[in-house]
Design a protein around this ligand. Structure first.
Ligand code: 7TS
Length: 420
């Protein structure tokens, strides 16, 4: 089977990314930790924020704060406009067909829980199946496990090969008349694998099965077009794509969203309420109960302006080159084993170093000002699949550089000295 590359469309020549200029947009990248210049390689956990985003947050609380959607006064109308503009920018960024298909949520986790709790709970029956993959983050496992338990449905898992790629022949075989939902990561946070989603979505649709995509680790690294993918749901978090915490998007095709019961009840999600009966609001507000995360939503609007202005062809080329460089450098270290060697990867290198515990490696790297993540990365089944208790994970953003990779390699050299 042909794995499609997210880079397939990109021409080989592009204007190089001016990384030094871009780095100056991020105040924290100019700081030091433990007396060393910060080398931030924990971008899969959360990215750093450009000044325009920090400024938008500050401006909101200093000059724009009011509750939205219900006031007739100046500040409420201004906040409503800024918040709703952010929704239009998100629609534009992922190329959704309709603004009403953009549901604001807390992040990827809440987006997936929303679909599991509404679509899942109303559609799943005894004997039905939900198909996920062996590389999912816990947030694309547990919500399905919960609803399957409640509805007596079965959770099925597409296996991984030794490189960290999904076995598509198995996937094809597992799609059956019992499958009521497929839920897949676009990019794995623990392995870096980019899944051939367009093809996998077409395979599910050929059998009439809807597909939810966990896009948390994709949007920081590539331009995503939900109409081109033809996914039914796509969830992502602003904080992993240079935006604030506490806000994200659930995209859903409007026909599906219309048909789903609400998630939470409360203000804003209603048209009218009596003690006998409540009429629910139209999309997207039917799924947005209560005072929303106004400040972060507005700052997300500033984030989307920032990322929309990037040259994404250049970003993707730069990041691929950086990942190739890091892979090459780390592969040169004896006793280092890469976990996740898929042909198509983005943003993430996971590894183990002999029998040295990843937490010890992380602690020594921290002394050098290098931030990496160690542990199971909320993907414990991935650790079990590759028979490791944990990994060290370096995860990249477009503002990282080859000299930071060199610092990481030197840091690993220190680790090896300590444990020699
Ligand atoms: N899905 C994937 C693939 C993720 O990597 C994460 C967070 C989530 C979902 C959940 O996103 P949230 O914004 O709702 O928390 N991943 C990580 C990580 O790799 N390290 O810290 C958080």
């Amino acid at each position: 089977m042909i794995a499609q590359s997210p880079f397939a469309q990109t021409p080989s020549k592009t204007i190089p990314l001016d990384v030094e200029r871009l780095r100056r947009d991020f105040p924290i990248l100019q700081t030091s930790v433990r007396g060393k210049p910060l080398v931030y390689l924990d971008n899969a956990a959360t990215t750093q924020k450009p000044r325009v985003v920090i400024d938008a947050l500050r401006r909101y609380y200093e000059a724009q704060n009011a509750n939205i959607h219900r006031g007739v006064h100046y500040l409420s109308e201004l906040g409503t406009k800024l918040y709703e503009d952010a929704r239009l920018k998100a629609q534009d960024f992922i190329h959704a067909a309709d603004w009403r298909e953009i549901i604001f949520v807390r992040g990827t986790t809440e987006g997936i829980n929303l679909v599991a709790a509404t679509y899942g709970r109303s559609k799943l029956n005894e004997g039905d199946e939900v198909l996920i993959s062996g590389m999912e983050h816990h947030s694309n496992i547990v919500p399905w496990q919960m609803v399957c338990g409640e509805r007596k449905a079965t959770l099925k898992v597409v296996p991984l090969n030794d490189n960290g790629e999904l076995v598509l022949e198995e996937y094809d075989r597992m799609l059956s008349s019992r499958t009521k939902m497929v839920a897949l990561a676009h990019v794995s946070n623990a392995l870096g694998t980019v899944n051939p989603l367009k093809r996998m979505i077409a395979m599910a649709h050929a059998k009439g099965i809807p597909v939810l995509v966990d896009g948390a680790q994709a949007l920081p690294h590539m331009k995503v077009d939900v109409q081109d993918l033809d996914c039914d749901f796509y969830a992502f978090s602003a904080h992993k794509m240079y935006g604030p915490t506490g806000i994200g998007v659930l995209y859903g095709k409007s026909a599906l969203l219309q048909d789903m019961p609400p998630y939470q009840g409360g203000g804003d999600m209603i048209k009218s309420v009596t003690f006998e009966k409540t009429l629910f609001n139209d999309l997207p507000y039917k799924f947005e109960a209560g005072t929303p995360n106004i400040a972060d939503g507005i700052a997300f609007g500033a984030t989307l302006d920032y990322v929309q202005a990037l040259d994404w062809t250049a970003v993707m080329h730069y990041e691929r080159d950086l990942l190739d460089y890091a892979t090459e450098q780390l592969s040169g270290i004896k006793s280092l084993r890469l976990i996740g060697t898929a042909r198509e990867k983005a943003g993430v290198i996971s590894f183990v170093l002999g029998t040295i515990h990843p937490h010890d490696i992380g602690t020594i790297l921290d002394q050098e000002g290098i931030a990496v993540r160690t542990g199971h990365h909320c993907a414990q089944p991935v650790m079990i699949r590759y028979d490791v208790p944990a990994t060290v994970r370096a995860s990249f953003a477009f503002y990282n550089t080859k000299s930071e990779v060199d610092a990481l390699v030197r840091g690993i050299g220190k680790v090896l000295e300590v444990f020699a």
